[in-house]
Design a protein around this ligand. Sequence first.
Ligand code: UT7
Length: 339
Amino acid sequence: MIKQYTSKIIGLGKYVPDNRVTNDDLSEFMDTSHDWIVERTGIEERRFIPKDSPEGTATMGVRASEQAIERAGIHKDDIDLIVFATLSPDYYFPGSGVLVQDLMGIGTCPALDVRNQCSGFIYALSVADQYIRTGMYKNILVIGSEHHSGGLDLSTRGRTVSVIFGDGAGAAVVSRHDNLDEGIQSTHLHSEGKHAKELSLIGPNTKKWVHEVFENYDPDDMDYHPYMNGQLVFKNAVVRFSEVILEALAKNNLEPSDIDMLIPHQANLRIAQFVQKKFGLRDDQVYNNIMRYGNTTAASIPIALCEAWEEGRIKTGDHVMLAAFGSGFTWGSSLIKWV
Ligand code: UT7
């Protein structure tokens, strides 16, 4: 008989830069205000890597990973696979997963990069879960890390996008587990490419190649700045978050009231509050930290999961629901029976 496995998170880590940027700080660069940002998004401050710092997407991923590995009680050489989710890789290629591997001195295990933006961590977790279920790997390091601040348009022109995003990293060690009723019970993934450009950074790309940036760079060419159709994203987000949470509940024969902790991707506090209200969840059943970090896309779920765990808000036996929506559009969920 083929042995069956499930996977469980055995260690969590996070890292955010020390440099706090308040809404008032942003209003020195652009026409915005603390009240506008708090009312529309719930964000009070975010962290930005200082301009002259060598810190980047991979190095933040390393810091989060080292903490996760230490808490997991394993050695870095026990890692069989690195899965790295980001929309802000250090290089165009190679991906940041191999950079983490090199910086941490982790032998020659495979390193795989995932490009699914705000849903990146859930996509990455699903990859890890599948490799563990097949028995191929035992310990997988899953990382979400984002260095947004380097690419944001911090003028009034970019304010709709730039006030939302922040820098940071989170990591999880996902490991083989024998009790099929515990650990990651299911993952659910979706994409809808017809909205690809509605939340995107188009250039540089293979048609507008890098030399153009140097030779003909036009600071008014909006292809070189992140673009977001905020209202369309918001409307789709509230629908897709709800759908994919229901999908995970149905798959596991659970009701919304069975969710002990919902960790939503920290897109906008208003989106999380809409979902909370729709499912009738109490405040203690939902974790939000967007107030302090802004939206860190692929890093937001592992940072929030790590903090919720550190604060003792996730206990053995809890049903933990992860859910995300973002650029692509992509969305997903994961139901974990915490152990
Ligand atoms: O993680 C990926 C997923 N992303 C999301 O889930 C984000 C979803 N979208 C949103 O969260 C919201 O659409 C935003 C927070 C981005 C924007 O809120 P909104 O209520 O949709 O604002 P809006 O874009 O419709 O703009 C309303 C007004 C406009 O002024 P007028 O045309 O009414 O005079 C904007 O120019 O607010 C203005 N505005 C700002 N004012 C001050 C836009 N950005 C700002 C700003 N500060 N930062």
